[in-house]
Ligand binder design. Sequence first.
Ligand code: BTN
Length: 266
Amino acid sequence: MGTAPDFAAGLTAAVTPILPGFGVEQVAEIDSTNTELMRRARAGRCEPVLLVAERQTAGRGRLGRPWQSTQDTAQRTSLTFSLGLPLTPKDWSGLSLAVGVSVAESLDPTASAGVRLKWPNDLWVDDRKLVGILIETAVPLGDAAQRYVVIGIGVNVGPREAEGLRMPPAWVQEWRPDATPGQLLLDVVPPLIATVQAFAERGFAPFAERFAARDALRGRDVQLSDGTRGHCEGVGWGGELRVRTAEGLQEVTSAEVSVRPSGMAF
Ligand code: BTN
């Protein structure tokens, strides 16, 4: 995968002050980093951890879709990892959007590369997919008072072919030719953890304007996977997608709904 050998030490040092007990694990191959952390959480293992995989044999995306990484070679690289930690926000709505904001700002701090946020949590560049995010929660050992969140992130680092993908890909090396998975982990993970902690304290509202600044759908005609068509008016303070339809304003919150600019296939 091309991670620097000491990325784990650097990450642990950067994160431990804000998340005591944090650990980093890197594996050559696994079915899915999300699946593994969910398995552990259900078995009662709820430590804060970053699990990085060089290859996933059964990577998962949203809505039950598969997630395929590039076949790693020197030029064609991808980054796949999951962050797991105990979390008890008052309101979960908007977490995936806040995560997207954090990752977009880390990969493209000045927005000069055109990294945009496609509700609820994809990162696009010119309507091509750069990053996919899958967030799941587990109730450890059936104790409903506790929740463990698993935030899985897949990043295209190097170039990849569009063949076999649902939408054309973008990759970080388009604007950062020297980007490596290890460096990107150091860039992305500490701010991501700070974001998740801030979200747990204050919810999505503090992130709403930052989402709006990179919103890929606002001002465009869109269609929802349930057939609804309308004009996107951006996201609300709770992270809901606002779509003006012929029947009026529809606020979309369901994670089961997919949205696309009009004319783009699902
Ligand atoms: C999507 O675009 O639908 C979400 C894709 C999420 C992919 C990442 S890769 C690391 C983690 N492990 C998985 O199996 N999925 C997520």
